[in-house]
Design a protein around this ligand. Sequence first.
Ligand SMILES: [Zn+2]
Length: 147
Amino acid sequence: MSHELKPCPFCGSTYVRHARSYIECMNNHCMAFGPNGSTPQQKFEAWNRRVSSASIAGEHRTAEYWKAKHRARKTEIERLRKRITVAQANAREAHEVLQLVAVQVGGLLACMAHGVQISPTAFDEARDAVRRASELAANMADESRHG
Ligand SMILES: [Zn+2]
């Protein structure tokens, strides 16, 4: 079997080489590498098998293709940035609500522990804090499912 490498299965570049421990695509926009094999022969064979199973084998991608791919990545990064901003705001609110619950419910527990009568106001405030915590938990679960 020859050691000739087929073009990159992902971008079609014929500029592929055998680096120290793997086969790599030298197209800077692609940078596909692998697969692993214990001998160079195995690596060559694995690379060439992957090429023949990929439908785009042998096609050269145009500059337009790479620009579109780059734009898609930028859009994805923007989307992730927005999610991070939302997550940070949630974390701040969660911190605030946790503190509120700790103070309000802690107050109720202290009253109960010392046999002090709980005022209706203290009870209402604790109930509201717990309600806020439940709503926040539900919203955060929603966002992590749909975000
Ligand atoms: Zn490639």
